[in-house]
Design a protein around this ligand. Structure first.
Ligand SMILES: NC(=O)c1ccc[n+]([C@@H]2O[C@H](COP(=O)([O-])OP(=O)(O)OC[C@H]3O[C@@H](n4cnc5c(N)ncnc54)[C@H](O)[C@@H]3O)[C@@H](O)[C@H]2O)c1
Ligand SMILES: O=C/C=C/C=C(\O)C(=O)O
Length: 486
């Protein structure tokens, strides 16, 4: 039986308590292995190792040497591509086609991109006048913050975890990662890569377990943690902020969304359908940036609904290794229950089910898996729960609109503010609408097109702070001003 152990101070260790939990493959509900659940002793050990590593060779390493090391980590992930791919697909059930294009390459790129950005980022400097006429020179000096707790979700496990670990390490910090209990594998495997590349012990640590009253809570409330970066649900973010308030520790929050897509009549329909197909259904709809509310200008409403329905009905479901498959199961039985509860709620709230709405018959071998149908609704009221709450499944509601102002108002009428897509061939309108959106990320005629030099994060209840590019520097470093009297 496969065991997923913690990775602490460069070694794989089990829990002192002997406590473990199951890791199941959502494709067919088969058992992948047992995961060790960290208690306070393992969190103490991981945080102590991370603190000690700041004082060891890692803390003394030049930026150039550190960046060389992280580039090696990126290369080694690519050399072990097949293993990472297999591990990610087993944990999540996602098609290999998806993980081999998105998750694993980005997992590697996250180590390269941030090292490069950091190496080329200038330091601020201000020369000031003084009464004696000689002046003074101020310059900014960035120091690593220390031990960073990284709490990550299950939907893009390696990608989202390394999006934080990459810049954290590039800036010279050490990390303790708490991956989602649903997806422990790739974070664990990354420990092997760290050792192979010669990353000093204690720089990268992984502790497994659940959130409340388990590894997540023990880690985020640990006094030895200097800052916490979190990706996950908004409600969990609130709990972690409370934990972080003790000791006034900094936080970075990437949380949920209920993202709108606005499709204007002057769009390129093929592009809009292709993009919305991906933004609503890729990764079985489990992407924080995904579109769950689509607003379509009335003259093209019927055509858009018909074509998206056709697209959804053509999606090929099946095992990850099947090359023709582009649609996998949800991550877990628990999440399947949540998504199905919204499928039922939508009907209770009066939706017209355009397609889907249930559980597909996948055959005897797969029916125990976490499968649901891609689903499209129309006809729901703007204040219905289905239109306002994040479902995080392969589903969207499509509603017609008549004017640009109406579309903007509808799109912004939400507590969330992560991402929006805008489909139009009129670039003046595109920029006007994009600027009016209350979101952190607005995509025009595209979706999830990522340049790692850009700011990433959400407005309103979708998050606090920005990561990506140089923006993460504010979180991952302590900026000190040095003033030299000349
Ligand atoms: N904005 C973004 O960049 C982004 C990216 C991906 C996912 N998400 C969001 O993530 C959610 C899906 O992921 P999820 O279900 O894993 O989220 P989640 O909030 O349930 O869990 C995320 C992580 O937090 C941990 N956790 C849970 N309770 C905790 C507690 N009390 N203390 C400390 N840690 C705790 C979990 O164990 C897990 O590792 C969706 O809401 C989605 O929108 C956001
Ligand atoms: O599910 C959310 C996807 C987030 C993507 C990123 O954080 C990224 O592309 O850096």
């Amino acid at each position: 039986m496969k065991e997923f152990k913690h990775f602490i101070n460069g070694e794989y260790v089990g829990s002192a308590s002997g406590k473990t939990f199951e890791n199941r493959n959502p494709v067919d509900n088969s058992l992948i292995g047992m995961v060790h659940e960290a208690g306070q002793p393992e969190i103490d050990a991981a945080v102590a190792a991370a603190r000690a590593a700041m004082k060891g060779p890692w803390g003394k390493m030049t930026q150039t040497a550190r960046i060389d090391l992280l580039n090696r980590v990126a290369d080694r992930i690519n050399e072990r591509f097949e293993e990472f791919l297999e591990a990610e697909c087993k944990d999540t059930g996602k098609p290999r086609k998806v993980a081999s294009h998105i998750d694993i390459p980005r997992g590697a790129a996250n180590f390269k991109a941030f090292s490069e950005t950091l190496a080329n980022h200038p330091t601020e400097a201000f020369k000031m006048d003084t009464p004696d006429g000689r002046g003074a020179l101020n310059y900014g000096h960035r120091k690593p913050k220390g031990v960073i707790a990284v709490v990550s979700p299950w939907n893009l496990p390696l990608l989202l975890m390394t999006f934080k670990v990459g810049p954290a390490l590039a800036c010279g910090n050490t990390v303790v990662v708490k991956p989602s209990e649903e997806t422990p594998a790739t974070a664990t495997l990354l420990g092997v890569v760290m050792n192979e590349c010669g990353v000093p012990a204690g720089v990268y640590n992984v502790v497994h377990g659940y959130g409340g009253d388990s590894a997540g809570e023990f880690l985020t409330s640990h006094k030895g943690v200097d800052a916490i970066t979190f990706t996950g649900e908004t409600r969990t973010g609130e709990i972690i902020m409370r934990a972080a308030s003790v000791g006034l520790r900094n936080i970075s929050m990437e949380c949920g969304g209920k993202n709108p897509g606005i499709v204007f009549a002057d769009c390129d329909m093929d592009k809009a359908i292709e993009g919305t197909m991906r933004s609503a259904f890729v990764n079985c709809g489990q992407v924080c940036l995904g579109t769950e509310r689509v607003y379509v200008e009335r003259p093209i409403f019927e055509e858009f609904v018909r074509r998206l329905k056709e697209g959804a009905e053509k999606l090929k479901m099946g095992r990850p290794e099947d090359k023709a498959v582009d649609f996998g199961p949800l991550v877990s039985q628990e999440h399947k229950e949540k998504v199905l509860s919204y499928y039922r709620l939508a009907v209770e709230e009066g939706a017209t089910v355009v397609t889907g709405g249930g559980v597909p018959d996948m055959g005897e071998a797969l029916n125990a898996g976490a499968w649901v149908e891609p689903t499209i609704w129309t006809g729901l009221a703007d204040d219905s729960r289905t239109v306002n709450e994040e479902i995080f499944g392969p589903c969207c509601h499509i509603r017609p609109f008549d004017t640009e102002e109406e579309a903007i108002a509808l799109a912004n009428d939400t507590d969330y503010g992560l991402a929006a897509t805008i489909w139009t061939e009129n670039t003046t309108r595109a920029s006007r609408v994009a600027e009016a959106m209350d979101v952190g990320l607005a995509w025009v005629n595209s979706w999830f097109l990522r340049d790692l030099r850009t700011a990433f994060g959400g407005a309103k209840q979708s998050g606090i702070g920005r990561e990506g590019g140089v923006h993460g520097l504010e979180f991952y470093t302590e900026l000190k001003n040095v003033c030299i009297k000349l």
